[in-house]
Design a protein around this ligand. Structure first.
Ligand SMILES: [Zn+2]
Length: 425
């Protein structure tokens, strides 16, 4: 299984590092906005949505115009291409949109432009590297120390952000348990995806995409909006509109990231379909979802649908009928099978994270429907993190494992974290 988390880390920026960092995010923004302009107006009247094409066209110019490293220039261009792609998707759906513009003070770092340590980070800037310590809570059980102290979580990349004069690192971290399975392309499989308020997406392959970052920003904006509303002046009301636009942009970047990774997952496992539950009545099905969550779920599906098509993968929805209460191993459906994030089957005793169990059921449900339609090209099984689940509900282990035991079911359940305030019930 693979867990992905975003650690939001406040940075202790040395006095002489502030100005090179500010200049760096300024130049990063310049790269993104230059690329956005070029991609939006395009080549021969077409919007450009190819990263490689945009990089080829703009790389030399942006290296001349900035003091950024090659890697940061590339990241700036890529950020713009992602945004242009989503703009083009909106146009295709007949929605109104305009050329993306980047105003936030932020820059994207990967392991080539940053060295991530457990208590500090070294960041590439317009004027060499700077080192910043993390400002962390004393309590080891508090975010983000829970991930930083856990050596199993490795850094993937991070977004540096400046907000109200302070610097933050939004570090995307990953923990892999057990071996990564072999890519699997022999026959057609589906990837089931469960969505929710704690984990925005959980796949039938056992990967969890945490909603921590989304929920953090949602709460921050709610707070800010609340205090602006209390002031009640006209200027405050206008500022509320501004908060909305900023929120929207930040959430879109986050959802793009999740959508891209879901597609990577489907491609890596050779899946022909990505299956979501039907989002029409999602509000009733997930009572703790706020309007922002509902918006995010739908937006996520749209991104996945649009981007999956480029890879020959189809995104579909199935009715959710009890996917969260049904046992993915024996089919027993009972509301007491599920207790918050924990699933334990009353009949066969199967235990696992409830969202992971649901993701398998969602994939399975699509399979059954297609099979009933007697379609010769129907997919034949649901992709799990090891082996597959076929239409009769039988588990088929991969050829390389040693038996018919579904490995992840015997592992410890997903780690429970102190997050009771918004825990799913
Ligand atoms: Zn069962």
């Amino acid at each position: 299984m693979e867990y992905r988390r975003t650690a939001v880390i406040k940075l202790d920026v040395p006095q002489d590092a502030d100005s090179p960092l500010r200049e760096t995010v300024e130049q990063f923004k310049h790269c993104a906005n230059t690329a956005s302009e070029w991609c939006w107006h395009g080549d021969d009247g077409y919007h450009v949505t190819s990263k490689a094409k945009a990089e080829r066209a703009l790389y030399d110019q942006l290296r001349d115009e900035t003091d950024l490293t090659a890697n940061l220039v590339q990241k700036g261009v890529r950020r713009a291409v992602e945004a242009v792609k989503s703009g083009v998707a909106r146009l295709k759906r007949g929605e109104r949109t305009s050329q993306p513009y980047f105003s936030a003070e932020s820059a994207v770092y990967d392991k080539r432009s940053a060295t991530f340590h457990r208590d500090h980070v070294s960041l590439s800037t317009v004027n060499g590297r700077v080192e910043c310590d993390y400002i962390l809570p004393d309590d080891p059980n508090r975010h983000p120390r829970t991930y930083l102290d856990d050596e199993d979580y490795e850094f993937r990349m991070a977004t540096l952000q400046r907000r109200d004069g302070e610097w933050f690192l939004h570090a995307s971290m990953r923990k892999v348990e057990a071996d990564d399975p072999e890519p699997y392309t022999e026959h057609r499989t589906v990837l089931g995806v469960d969505i929710g308020v704690n984990n925005i997406a959980v796949s039938s392959t056992g990967t969890f995409w945490s909603a921590d970052e989304f929920n953090h920003w949602r709460r921050e904006y709610e707070k800010r909006r609340g205090s602006l509303q209390q002031r009640g002046t006209r200027a405050a009301h206008e500022a509320i509109g501004g908060v909305g636009r900023k929120e929207y942009g930040r959430f879109e970047i986050y959802l793009h990231g999740v959508a891209n990774e879901l597609i990577e997952e489907a491609v890596e496992y050779g899946c022909s379909h990505i299956v979501f539950e039907d989002l029409t009545h999602i509000r009733e099905n997930i009572p703790q979802a706020t309007w922002q969550h509902v918006w995010a779920f739908r937006r996520l599906f749209q991104y996945v649908e649009y981007k999956a098509a480029e890879h020959g993968v189809e995104a579909v929805q199935v009715p959710p009928n009890h996917t969260s209460q049904r046992c993915s191993t024996c089919g027993c459906t009972h509301e007491d099978n599920r207790d918050g994030e924990h699933f334990e089957c009353l009949k066969c005793g199967y235990q696992n994270h409830a969202d992971y169990n649901a993701a398998k059921n969602i994939g399975f449900r699509y399979l059954r429907r297609r099979q009933n339609a007697a379609d010769g090209g129907a997919p034949v099984d649901v992709r799990l993190n090891r082996g597959t689940l076929n239409v009769s509900g039988e588990y088929v282990p991969p050829a390389t494992t040693d038996g018919g035991i579904e490995r992840e079911s015997t592992r410890k359940p997903y780690p429970q974290r102190a997050r009771s305030s918004d825990r799913a019930k």
